[in-house]
Structures are given as C-alpha cells and as structure tokens.
Design a protein around this ligand. Structure first.
Ligand code: HEC
Length: 177
C-alpha cells in the first residue's frame, strides 16, 4: 500500500508542479533575453537604437513591483482601451475578483487569502503603476499575469479598473443594455 501511494505521489507531483502559471522552468535559461545586455560592464537593458520607435507589446525590463509602482501609464484611457481592458478583465480577473471587482469571484472564494476588493479605497489610492506591477508580478497568493498579458494589455486592464471598476456609477456599456 505504501509503495503504491509513493508511486502515485511521484506520478502526480510533476503534473501538479506544471499546473501553475509561475512554473517557468524552461524560461530560466542562460540564453540572452530580448533587450538584455551582453556587456558585463553595462548590465541591464540595452538602450534603444537612435530613431527607433517602441512597438506595443514589447516587454521592457521592469525589474520588480517597486520599480513598476513609479511607472506612468503610457496608454490613454480611450473608450477603445477601456473596452479592451474590460474584455481582458473578464477573462483573467473575474474568476477571482468578480465581475464588479469586489473580490467575490467563484475561484476567489476557495482561496485562503481572499482576493481584494479592487473598487475599495485601498486600490483607488494606489498608482496606476502599482496595479500594472501587481498584474505583472502577482502577489502573495495572486498568480503572475505578466506571461499572459503583454505590457500594453496590462495598461488597458488598469484603465478599465480606473474607469469602470472604481467608478461603478459610470456603468460599462454592457451593463446599460
Ligand atoms: C487566482 C485568483 C486571482 C486572480 C485570477 C487575480 N487576482 Fe488579483 N488578487 C488575488 C488575491 C488573493 C489578492 C490579495 C493579495 C495577494 O495575493 O497578494 C489579489 C490582489 C490584487 C491587487 C492588489 C490590490 C491592492 O490594492 O493591494 C490587484 C491590483 C489585483 N489583485 C489585480 C488583479 C487583476 C487586474 C487581475 C487580472 C489580470 C487579477 N488581480 C487576477 C487573487 C487573484
């Protein structure tokens, strides 16, 4: 019996380990990453060549949540951006944070640490960069979404939180139907 349960545990272990979005073992290689410097004297990000323009969706090296907090939101909160953000929010955030962002999603219910209410004052007082960083790097329990949403998409989600989740009176077009 013991042998069988040990064998079962061994069989299941890799399946469980790979189920999590933060299993990025294959990404942790010695190869040079996009925009990574190859000059040991100048580590960090390679400066963009002169006259180059940024491409939306290109990952830039923001090292951690503390650095992200200071970022300025480069994506104007146009109707289009908010709409895109809403679509992404429905896919990636609603399961835990709920439709209105109150932290009452079906999956969130099952967590030891309940998802925060994103319409509460605490989040309202955060910078746009903080929210962008939270999506990028995750939290204690909240998974990392930096692999699923490109940087521009994350700003769309921020615009949606700012303009719809935090302002329920300005109901989303969908709710007005
Ligand atoms: C698996 C469940 C889960 C999903 C999915 C999820 N979150 Fe969270 N989120 C949490 C939990 C739990 C917390 C509480 C803090 C922690 O885990 O560190 C949290 C906290 C946050 C916070 C911190 C709020 C504050 O003011 O401190 C932000 C911002 C946030 N989530 C945004 C998002 C966004 C945007 C998405 C979608 C891209 C998302 N979350 C998806 C579980 C989730």
């Amino acid at each position: 019996m013991r042998k069988i349960s040990l064998a079962l545990a061994l069989l299941l272990a890799p399946a469980l380990a790979q189920a999590w979005p933060w299993s990025q073992d294959m990404a942790n290689q010695v190869s040079i990453k996009p925009q990574e410097s190859v000059d040991p004297a100048n580590p960090g990000m390679v400066p963009f060549p002169k006259r180059s323009i940024p491409v939306p969706g290109t990952m830039t090296l923001v090292p951690d949540a503390a650095a992200a907090e200071k970022l300025k939101n480069p994506v104007p909160a146009t109707e289009e951006s908010i709409k895109k953000g809403g679509e992404l929010f429905a896919i990636y955030c609603v399961p835990c944070h709920g439709k209105a962002g109150k932290g009452d999603g079906y999956v969130g219910h099952k967590l030891i640490l309940q998802p925060y209410d994103l319409s509460a004052d605490q989040t309202k007082q955060r910078t746009d960069g903080f929210i962008w960083g939270y999506i990028t790097f995750g939290g204690a329990v909240m998974p990392i979404y930096g692999n699923d949403l490109n940087p521009t998409e994350r700003w769309h989600v921020v615009n949606y939180i700012r303009n719809v989740i935090e302002k329920p009176q300005a109901a989303p077009a969908e709710a007005k139907k």
